[in-house]
Design a protein around this ligand. Sequence first.
Ligand code: IMP
Ligand code: MG
Length: 192
Amino acid sequence: MKHPDIERILVSETEIDETVRSIAMQIDKDYSTGGRFCEPGREPKLVLLCVLKGSVVFMGELMKRIGLPVEIDFMKVSSYGNLSVTTGSVNIILDLHRKDISELDILIIEDIIDSGRTLSYLVEYLKLKGAHSVRTCTLLDKIDRREVDFRPDYIGRVIPDEFVVGYGLDYAEKYRALPYVGVLKTEIYTKK
Ligand code: IMP
Ligand code: MG
């Protein structure tokens, strides 16, 4: 059943499920012996890093489907990229509390990429902190909205430049629990 505030369903539950399974398979392949992200003679220490809060649902589904051993962790950031194109800064609200990350292969799990500022900042930050490797995975990508040159390692689906909610994504903290990704009716965020 479609929520009344949703204009149309963009990615259905079934489509999301297929996408998540296919990303998990690719991750298993890439981080296994002989895979493109596995160095000869070294077993990766894969940590899935969830960017709160939007990526919580995606992360939960993805981690169940990855066969390799994984640890999980969380960070929370706030992006001002959409309010001001010129400043576009990123603030860390909840940091990673591990002391030494030099052995970790971090895979950042993001719900959606828009300008690209959040993820390019996070990748740089974790590399500076000394992670062994930092890679990125996003369920949705609004490629047309990019303001910085950023390409994730894993993309679920490229979507048009429309405001979407559901499957973790919110508008003013609402709609996160919808099981699909839907385009929000414009009157919902333009009224008042
Ligand atoms: P970026 O730094 O511009 O790439 O920002 C990405 C972040 O903006 C995401 O993690 C979301 O929190 C938010 N965002 C961008 N587009 C949407 C959308 O269509 N719906 C909900 N949140 C969005
Ligand atoms: Mg987010």
